[in-house]
Design a binder for this molecule. Structure first.
Ligand SMILES: Cc1ncc(COP(=O)(O)O)c(C=O)c1O
Length: 417
């Protein structure tokens, strides 16, 4: 399946499977002037469903737990990146981009999801990456991205910025050459194709993409109003590049909801701070107000949300035993798959937060952001040398569906990381 996507383009029938709707987004209903100012393309399937996770809640001793199924944001390539990509790719198309340049860690969902969806708009992706611990989901992400035509450039912490700049310049030069050759054959395409390269920040977190998560909060509000779930007291979300949490926290305020966002750090403790999340949210709020003065100034403060740092374990993408135990329980009770880098640690952070504050009686909502791609059928010989090491070694085990009996998760008081 993966390889069939290599040559997909905006002319492919597959492209036509995207829903064709004018605007199903509550953010445009609430602030109609934004619709004229911000480019947006329909990609996802909205609203994502709400699951009443009773079996998992009972297993954890919680009174009320719901799960927002962001994994179902697209049937073939879902997860939390879909919301931001509707805005980012629309902007790339608006600017006539032929290529997106971005950077992240090697197995990031950001590069693979961007490459998969961008290909359907006829846009290439170059991902500059830094190395990370090897695991099965990392291989799947890289395989999907390569099958979608992505080009991977390996870097390290010192070279990532110069290599990204070089990739940008190289792709700009290629675009100009492509444009020139098209101009020679077809003067009409030359006048419409500007041939830009579009740069996307790490994790796809920009003020534009965060609008997707502002919208998610308004979508949630509608689901609360329709009775799909009670208004949650707490919403648990992964903190990677912070766009999901910042957009959501802002959107909840704009929606007039009192649910509190609890972010669980999975990337870097120094980066995932309430101050930074609040600053991102205020920037998006100010930008929205410039486009549409009817948007209220909600001045999100660091004290409006909480951050849990203690589920990170030994670092980014290094799995923890507590995360794995909770992931197995979720799989066994609700059939949902999580990953060891993001969502399993978020489950652990959620339970640490609940137990340390004695919140078992409260109403909890878990924001489930992981999309499980099918196994990658590529061998090490078939992938470019820049990513070969991810196909040569087995990597960290992640066996949440191995039939092991349900066990008690480690308590925060007795961590087993
Ligand atoms: C599966 C998954 N969940 C959550 C996140 C966190 O989102 P954000 O980068 O917006 O903080 C990511 C980020 O890459 C992710 O891949």
């Amino acid at each position: 399946m993966q390889r069939a996507l290599v040559n997909a383009s905006s002319n492919d029938p597959e492209f036509m499977t995207y829903p064709r709707v004018d605007s199903p987004l509550p953010i445009f209903d609430r602030f109609p002037a934004l619709r004229d100012c911000v480019a947006w393309k329909p990609i996802g399937h909205w609203p994502t469903p709400i699951l009443s996770a009773d079996a998992f809640a009972t297993c954890l001793g919680l009174k009320s737990l719901h799960i927002k199924r962001e994994d179902l944001s697209h049937p073939d390539c879902g997860g939390n990146k879909t919301r931001g990509l509707e805005f980012l790719l629309a902007r790339a198309v608006e600017r006539g981009a032929r290529c997106i340049v971005t950077f992240s860690s090697a197995g990031s969902h950001h590069i693979s999801k961007t490459a998969w969806h961008a290909r359907r708009f006829g846009i290439d992706t170059t991902g500059v990456f830094v190395d990370q611990p090897v695991s099965e989901y990392v291989r799947r992400n890289i395989g999907i991205a390569i099958a979608s035509g992505a080009h991977y450039v390996r870097a390290n912490r010192l070279t990532v910025i110069p290599k990204t700049a070089m990739a940008f310049l190289r792709e700009s030069w290629r675009s100009r050459r492509r444009r020139a050759s098209e101009a020679a054959g077809d003067s009409r395409s030359a006048s419409t194709a500007t041939g830009h390269v579009y740069f996307v920040a790490p994790g796809g977190t920009t003020r534009r993409s965060m609008l997707g998560h502002v919208n998610a909060a308004l979508e949630l509000k509608a689901q609360v109003e329709s009775g799909a779930l009670p208004e949650p007291d707490y919403i648990y979300v992964v903190l990677g590049s912070l766009g999901t949490a910042a957009g959501l926290a802002l959107g909840l305020k704009l929606a007039g909801m009192s649910s509190r966002v609890v972010g669980v750090t999975v990337s870097y403790r120094w980066y995932c701070t309430p101050r930074r999340i609040a600053r991102f949210a205020r920037r998006v709020n100010a930008w929205m107000r410039r486009m549409d003065p009817s948007v209220p100034d909600v001045s999100l403060r660091p004290g409006d949300l909480d951050v849990v740092h203690t589920a990170l374990g030994d670092g980014y993408a290094l799995f923890t035993q507590r995360g794995e135990t909770l992931a197995r329980r979720l799989f066994q009770t609700q059939g949902l798959r999580t990953d060891g880098t993001y969502t399993a640690k978020a489950l652990d952070g959620m339970m640490q937060y609940i137990e340390s504050r004695k919140l078992r009686e409260s109403k909890h909502l878990f924001w489930h952001t992981y999309f499980d791609f099918p196994p990658c059928d590529m061998s090490a010989d078939e992938v470019p040398s820049s990513v070969r090491r991810y196909f040569n070694v087995a990597g960290q085990p992640w066996a949440i569906d191995d039939g092991a009996p349900l066990s008690t998760p480690a308590s925060p008081a007795n961590p087993r990381n």
